[in-house]
Design a protein. Structure first.
Length: 314
C-alpha cells in the first residue's frame, strides 16, 4: 500500500459494483440501480461523477459512505473495504439533500459537525468561522437553519463537510440549489481545495459543471459506466468544425455555400455556416467577403463532454 501523501495512492477503488434494490409490498420487485461499475480516484485528484437523474450516482456514493450495502462487487476507500468506520472518519461528506436540524444556527450546525468529528474548544470555533467564510455564509452564521434559502443551506452543509479538514471530500450534487454565481463560487472553492491537496469526488447531472475543472470523469447511464478517464485524453481538443456567422448574405451566396457542401442554418438576420476543415474556412471567408456580405463571428467548435456522452450513450 502506498504511503500517505503519495500521489499514486488510490483513495477510491470501485470494482464491478452492483446494487439491486428490492421494492414493492412483498419486496419482489427489483431495481438494478448500479450494474457492474468500476472506477478509481487517486489522491490529489478532482473527479466528476456524472450522469442523468436516476443513473445511480447517489447509490454508489451511499455505498462508499457505508450508508447502504452493495449487492455485488467491491469498493475500497482509503484501502479499506466498505462499510468502514475508519475510512468514513477521513471523508467530508455532503449528502444530496442535507438534513440540517432546523432550529440550530448555521454556526451551531457546523460546530456540531466538527465536534462529532472529534474537534473541540477554540479550534472548532475558529475553524467554523473559517469554513463559513470560505463558503460565503458567514454573514448568516447566527441565523437559524430553517430561515436559510436552499442555496445558503447548501453552503452551510458544504462548510460542515469541510470543517474537520478531511483528506477527501465526497459531495453529492454540490452545485444544486445554487444560482449561476453560486455555482461558479462553489466550482472555484473546489478548485482551491484541490490546489490545497484535498482529493475531491463529486457528482452532478450537469456535464458542463466538470469540463473545465476535473482531472477525471466517470459518466454513468442507467447504472453503467459509459465514459471514464482523464478529461485531457477524452477530449483531445480537436476542432470538429467552425461556425461562421454571416450578415447580409445574398441569395446567390447562400446557394453557393450549400452547393459547396456546407451546412447552412438560417437564423433571424444572419446565417450560420458550419465549415469542416481549416483550409475550407479560409476559402469560404474569401468568397463571403467578395460577395459583400459581413462576417460577424468565426467560432471553432471542439468536442464537449456532452458530445461524447451523446455519442457513447445512444
Ligand atoms: N431505496 C431505493 N429503493 C428503490 N429504488 C431506489 C432506491 N434508491 C434509488 N433507487 C433507484 O435507483 C436508481 C438510481 O438512483 P440514484 O442512485 O438516486 O440516481 P442518481 O443519483 O444518479 O440520480 C433510480 O432508478 C432510483 O429510482
Ligand atoms: Mg442523486
Amino acid at each position: 500500500m502506498a504511503s500517505q501523501g503519495d500521489s499514486d495512492e488510490c483513495l477510491i477503488d470501485v470494482r464491478n459494483l452492483s446494487k439491486t434494490f428490492k421494492t414493492g409490498l412483498f419486496r419482489r420487485r427489483f431495481v438494478d440501480a448500479v450494474k457492474g461499475v468500476s472506477f478509481q480516484v487517486q489522491r490529489g485528484q478532482i473527479v466528476g461523477f456524472l450522469g442523468p437523474n436516476g443513473s445511480g450516482k447517489t447509490t454508489v456514493i451511499k455505498i462508499l459512505l457505508g450508508l447502504i450495502r452493495a449487492t455485488g462487487g467491491s469498493a475500497r476507500v482509503f484501502g479499506e473495504l466498505v462499510p468502514s468506520v475508519r475510512a468514513r472518519a477521513r471523508i467530508g461528506f455532503l449528502p444530496e439533500n442535507p438534513y440540517v436540524y432546523p432550529y440550530l444556527t448555521a454556526r451551531e450546525f457546523v460546530e456540531l459537525s466538527g465536534r462529532l468529528s472529534g474537534m473541540a474548544g477554540a479550534a472548532v470555533r475558529r475553524r467554523t468561522e473559517e469554513v463559513l467564510d470560505r463558503t460565503g455564509v458567514l454573514y448568516a452564521a447566527d441565523r437559524q437553519v430553517r430561515r436559510l434559502s436552499k442555496g445558503m443551506l447548501q453552503r452551510t452543509a458544504l462548510g460542515a463537510a469541510l470543517v474537520a479538514n478531511p483528506e477527501m471530500l465526497i459531495l453529492d450534487e454540490p452545485m444544486s440549489g445554487l444560482d449561476p454565481v453560486g455555482r461558479k463560487e462553489v466550482r472555484e472553492l473546489l478548485l482551491e481545495e484541490r490546489a490545497g491537496g484535498r482529493t475531491i469526488f463529486f457528482s452532478t447531472h450537469i456535464l458542463s459543471d466538470v469540463e473545465a475543472q476535473c482531472d477525471h470523469v466517470t459518466i454513468l447511464r442507467q447504472g453503467e459506466v459509459v465514459v471514464s478517464g482523464s478529461i485531457r485524453n477524452l477530449l483531445r481538443g480537436e476542432v470538429l468544425h467552425t461556425d461562421v456567422t454571416i450578415a447580409g448574405a445574398s441569395e446567390p451566396l447562400r446557394r453557393e455555400l450549400v452547393e459547396a457542401g456546407h451546412k447552412v442554418h438560417e437564423r433571424p438576420d444572419v446565417v450560420v455556416v458550419e465549415v469542416a476543415g481549416e483550409r475550407a474556412v479560409a476559402e469560404m471567408l474569401g468568397r463571403v467577403l467578395e460577395s459583400g456580405a459581413q462576417v460577424l463571428e468565426v467560432t471553432p467548435r471542439r468536442e464537449t463532454l456532452e458530445d461524447l456522452f451523446m455519442k457513447r450513450a445512444l
